[in-house]
Design a protein around this ligand. Structure first.
Ligand code: NDP
Length: 336
């Protein structure tokens, strides 16, 4: 079995030295457990947080432990009556080719229903994050303007499309002309490149009636451009701040806090952070039904960026934090 460990904690951008590939004997399942072969490993921005020991909503990965991650895997050996050899499951094996998990901690997938990789993408955690954060906190109304950044990623692309399904205007922000072109193809009303020197003015022109919902995925210079455009009673689901994950010190420049607090007060803003798990009980069932329907009727489209081979996971992950991925980033660890 091969697996990737956290070798040391990164300072700033993670590098090759922070991870280590090792070969170990095959694990053996105990009663009630299954031995699984990883097919897809999902790479997600939250993993940067797990590499760090700064206090957060989840415990860090210990140095010397296998990196965590969601996986789509196949049962190789089952010691539980609920699963049989050959079954495909959603699991959390982390960055390893094989692993053992209690059968009750995995969810069996139906490969006839949708391609199995969607269980960690549009029909899984990222899709659900978009759905719950947008509908529960953002609450877009028909005709309102919804803006989302990292819009070519799995969360952002779903946010914009669900906003359109709900009758709102969707403005997507992404890095580079290829991603912008894809957002236009998806039906975003306007797509903008945040790397363009005219980005601030482009955003202003794209939201003539201001912004009613800003789904925050990145922070940084995008947030700086968005804040002055927010309307009275705008809602801001704060989902992620990927522009800051590799930061080692406070950004240069003047203290922005007074201007932010003043905007919150005078525009009666609702700025509400969330971790998707809080909505699982209340919204997951509804999400699965809605998302499967939208996927089937073509109103929700998605894109995957598949990297071959577990050994290439660290480099692919570093690229995720700087926009090198185009779509949901997956590692194909073995054949499906
Ligand atoms: P993506 O695949 O969208 O990857 C992140 C993207 O962020 C990059 O591709 C890049 O796209 C963009 N980005 C990186 N740096 C910057 C920057 N400085 N300025 C602007 N954009 C930048 O990831 P996901 O869709 O999986 O996740 C999106 C966000 O949602 C993340 O912040 C993540 O942490 C968060 N999240 C939160 C959850 C929750 O429960 N709260 C659950 C799941 C995800 P580009 O090339 O377009 O710049």
């Amino acid at each position: 079995n091969t697996r990737i460990l956290l070798a040391s904690r990164p300072h700033g951008e993670p590098t090759a030295e922070n991870s280590r590939l090792e070969t170990v004997p095959m694990p053996e399942p105990a009663e009630g457990e299954v031995l699984l072969r990883t097919i897809y490993l999902s790479l997600d921005p939250y993993m940067r947080g797990r590499m760090s020991d700064a206090k957060s909503y989840a415990a860090p990965v210990e140095v010397g432990a296998v990196m965590q991650g969601g996986t789509v895997a196949q049962v190789v050996q089952s010691r539980d009556p609920s699963l049989a050899e050959g079954d495909i499951v959603l699991s959390h094996l982390g960055w390893q080719a094989y692993g053992v998990q209690p059968a009750r901690q995995v969810r069996k997938l139906d490969p006839q229903r949708a391609p199995i990789s969607t269980a960690v993408g549009v029909l899984g955690m990222p899709g659900f994050t978009a759905y719950a954060g947008l509908l529960e906190i953002g609450r877009p109304q028909p005709g309102e303007t919804v803006v989302v950044a990292a819009a070519a990623g799995p969360v952002g692309s779903a946010v914009g499309q669900i906003a359109r399904i709900k009758g709102a205007r969707a403005v997507g922000i992404a890095g580079g002309p290829e991603k912008v072109a894809w957002l236009e193809e998806l039906g975003f009303d306007v797509a903008l490149d945040h790397r363009s020197p005219t980005f601030k003015d482009d955003l202003k022109a794209a939201v003539p009636d201001g912004i009613d919902v800003y789904f925050e995925n990145v922070g940084g210079h995008v947030w700086d451009a968005v804040l002055p455009r927010l309307n009275t009673y705008a809602r801001v689901p704060v989902c992620g701040l990927v522009a800051h994950y590799n930061e080692t010190e406070a950004p240069a420049g003047p203290d922005r806090m007074p201007r932010l607090m003043q905007a919150i007060l005078t525009k009666s803003l609702t700025i509400r952070g969330f971790i998707q798990t809080e909505f699982v009980k209340t919204h997951y069932k509804e999400f699965q039904k809605d998302a499967a329907g939208w996927l089937a009727d073509g109103s929700l489209r998605h894109r995957e960026d598949v990297v071959e081979g577990l050994e290439n996971a660290p480099e692919a992950f570093f690229g995720l934090l700087t926009g090198k991925n185009f779509g949901k980033l997956l590692v194909q660890v073995s054949d499906d």
